[in-house]
Write a protein that binds this ligand. Structure first.
Ligand SMILES: Cc1cc2nc3c(=O)[nH]c(=O)nc-3n(C[C@H](O)[C@H](O)[C@H](O)COP(=O)(O)OP(=O)(O)OC[C@H]3O[C@@H](n4cnc5c(N)ncnc54)[C@H](O)[C@@H]3O)c2cc1C
Length: 451
């Protein structure tokens, strides 16, 4: 990449934009929506695929999480983004008749210690703004009455957790942004970037293999699993690296599948690692699936296979900067969890055994079709996994790293928050504000951005 950069002139031949966004996922798309609503300016949305939402923003569990399990102090921004965005997504789904299935989630405790955790979740839910009647702590008998297939020591029932289709949401918001003037540069992979003092120069490679250059006044990096590499290109975030974990799903066959009518999650056992036991989830089309696990893979597009990517995986593990990964790869617990997750990738039975811990009647013979796998990219520094999304400012750029679950839930408010941060830093001062006309505004910026 850097050799290419040497030869780049960065004089804009094909296009110049006030703001360039990299990443046509739910985050980049909602950022583009807000910018087009707020400013009379040119905005380009760069995406390596020819359509938006081809990666994590479609390849996920599809749950709109109410923020009962998010610590209101330690995960303040994410919990507030989830709480605000619930109403924003609900308005969108209601107004345009998009899939919205408020079936609720039971998050089950498997022992007495986890019962204490679900009690704490109820307190967190209320602190995060969830209404009293939306969450209830249940004992094992009450859970069994609601869901006869489920066994546990107790649970929290989040009644307004909602199954949605984030790919559809993203596409819908994208069309609104496009109508408002956002230019989509699809099929364009970012190959090199340079901040030049005045502008940011970006070299793109199209799907036909040809290169072109564009430039902008300001760059927003919302490239999901590619965002750390892009920040590194500009000499930023050097203390961070990332690892990629593929989440795999299995569809549960009927007639067993329909015996369960709510999403079933179990309380996370290893809070410092991104490994949850697979859940039982109901998609908006009514299909039930279990997953995801968290198999270590070589990159954000590694949706299949293990053996053919072994070499890339080893290269990824030893890729610089190596420092942040050292602590993890000398941690016995982490290595054992990685092995455990790999095992449940290779063995369907291992996957179903993990779910048997709370749905004992599930059987491996009910799992005959794979669901759509997705890849989570987790940020790592010298202390291990970074718990929340982080924003890093460059001279003419803003980088959003580690934008993970419940990132799809919180996207409309989180993206407004990102824009408000850039405004506070003064980088949009020269952009002309649009007059506010409330009738074509689906979402209100001032309220959404106040996290
Ligand atoms: C298995 C799984 C389950 C999940 N379940 C849920 C859930 O139930 N609820 C929830 O709220 N959240 C969930 N999440 C999290 C949520 O899906 C993500 O937080 C969210 O989709 C991230 O959006 P994004 O726009 O940042 O990333 P993405 O959707 O990955 O978009 C980034 C885009 O950047 C593009 N890009 C990258 N590099 C380049 C480059 N060099 N040039 C051009 N384009 C580039 C990519 O092609 C991609 O389209 C889940 C995630 C996974 C993986």
């Amino acid at each position: 990449m850097s050799l290419l950069l040497e030869r780049m002139s960065y004089s804009s031949k094909d296009g110049f934009y006030d703001v360039v966004i990299i990443g046509g996922g739910i985050l980049g798309v909602t950022i583009s929506y807000w910018l087009a609503q707020l400013y009379d300016c040119s905005v380009a949305l760069i995406e390596k695929e020819t359509e938006v939402a081809k990666h994590a923003s479609t390849r996920n569990t599809g749950l709109l999480h109410r923020p009962f399990y998010l610590n209101p102090e330690k995960k303040r921004v994410f919990s507030r983004a989830a709480q605000k965005s619930y109403f924003l997504w609900k308005d969108l789904a209601t107004k345009y008749n998009l899939p919205w299935s408020p079936i609720g989630t039971l998050e089950v405790a498997l022992d007495d210690q986890q019962v204490q955790t679900v009690n704490q979740y109820k307190e967190w839910a209320i602190k995060n703004g969830v209404e009293e009647d939306e969450v209830e702590v249940l004992d094992s008998k009450q859970v069994q009455k609601l869901e006869p297939q489920v066994r546990c020591a107790g649970a929290i029932f989040s009644k307004t957790d909602t199954s949605v289709n984030y790919g559809e949401f993203t596409n819908f918001v994208f069309e609104m942004a496009r109508k408002n003037g956002v230019k989509f540069l699809g099929g364009s992979q970012v190959q090199g970037i340079k901040e030049t003092g005045e502008n940011v120069g970006i070299r793109l490679r199209g799907i036909d293999g040809r290169s072109k250059e564009i430039s902008g006044k300001f760059l927003i990096n919302a490239a999901g699993g590619g965002s750390v590499d892009i920040a590194h290109e500009l000499g930023l975030a050097k203390e961070y690296t990332d690892l990629h974990f593929r989440g795999e799903y299995w569809i549960v066959d009927e007639p067993f599948a329909s015996k369960i009518t709510r999403n079933i999650y179990s309380v996370a056992r290893y809070k410092e690692f991104p490994f949850l036991d697979p859940h039982f989830v109901i998609r908006t089309n009514g299909r039930r699936q279990i997953g995801p696990n968290a198999t270590l893979v070589s990159g954000p597009g590694a949706y299949k296979g293990l053996s053919e990517t072994r070499f890339q995986l080893v290269s990824k593990i030893f890729e610089r900067p190596i420092g942040p990964k050292l602590k993890l790869f000398t941690n016995g617990m982490f290595l054992s969890l990685i092995w455990h997750e790999w095992h449940s990738s290779i063995s369907k039975k291992a996957m179903s055994d993990r779910v048997k811990a709370f749905i004992p009647s599930i059987d491996v013979s009910y799992l005959n079709e794979r669901g759509l796998a997705g890849v989570r990219s987790s940020l790592i520094d010298k202390n291990g996994f970074v718990p929340e999304a982080i924003l890093i400012s460059g001279k003419q750029s803003m980088h959003i790293l580690n934008y993970n679950s419940p990132g799809a839930t919180g996207a409309p408010a989180f993206s407004a928050y990102v824009i408000s941060k850039i405004m506070q830093e003064g980088s949009f001062e020269r952009l002309k504000k649009k007059p506010i006309s409330s009738e074509d505004q689906l979402w209100k910026f001032d309220d959404a951005s106040d996290l």
